[in-house]
Design a protein around this ligand. Structure first.
Ligand code: URA
Length: 213
């Protein structure tokens, strides 16, 4: 179940929404937050891959030969924006264990809110693979944009962006610079505060996953 609004699809499945509510609650434990993020990633992965093309491949069951559907084309790539992206990545890999993985290390300079890259490692042949970039929070959109520009420099030409929460400011900024990249999110929140946090949001996703402050 989903609602599409231009380049943004809000995944409004009741299970996703229910789990997100528990994640937003500041009383939720670190262990609970992490488990829910993984569970939501399963549900979101299911939705974001629902239009993948299939092809028939010949197999033999214990009973007979048959042609059976399998996902067509090169293996998917999941690109995690560190560090909070890894929470979504783990759940995505539960569903697509053969996916290739890119890690993109970016931190936000707290003064300028601009992303600073400290790590980039991706499969060599990104062209003509579906690449799903994951980061729980689309706040200013600057990190997502920087990550996607880097992937495009390396040949990526079929990218989707998956997050839990998006701010309207981030969606605007992101879609202006990456109009060819559809966004999938569980919710669009009210606004960003002066420190670049999503309101009402869920706080700092990395801190809530890893118990840091
Ligand atoms: N990153 C987070 O973890 N939380 C926000 O609200 C914004 C960016």
């Amino acid at each position: 179940m989903s609602k599409s609004a231009g380049p943004v699809t809000v995944l409004d499945h009741p299970l996703i929404q229910h789990k997100l509510t528990i994640m937003r609650n500041k009383e939720t434990s670190i262990a609970g937050f992490r488990r829910l993020l993984r569970e939501i990633a399963h549900l979101m992965c299911y939705e974001v891959t629902r239009d993948l093309e299939l092809e028939s491949i010949p197999i033999e069951t214990p009973m007979a030969a048959m042609d059976s559907p399998a996902i067509k084309g090169k293996k998917l790539v999941f690109a995690s924006i560190l560090r909070a992206g890894n929470g979504l990545l783990d759940g995505m890999l539960d569903l697509v264990p053969a996916a290739r993985v890119a890690h993109i290390g970016l931190y936000r300079d707290h003064e300028t809110l601009e992303p600073v890259e400290y790590y980039f490692k991706a499969p060599a042949d990104l062209e003509n693979r579906l690449i799903i970039v994951v980061d729980p929070m689309l706040a200013t959109g600057n990190s997502a944009t920087a990550a996607i520009e880097k992937l495009k420099e390396r040949g990526a030409n079929n990218i989707r962006f998956l997050c839990l929460l998006a701010a309207p400011e981030g969606i605007k900024n992101f879609t202006e610079s990456q109009p060819d990249v559809p966004i999938f999110t569980a919710a669009i929140d009210s606004h960003l505060n002066e420190k670049g946090y999503i309101v009402p949001g869920l706080g700092d996703a990395g801190d809530r996953m890893y118990g840091t402050k």
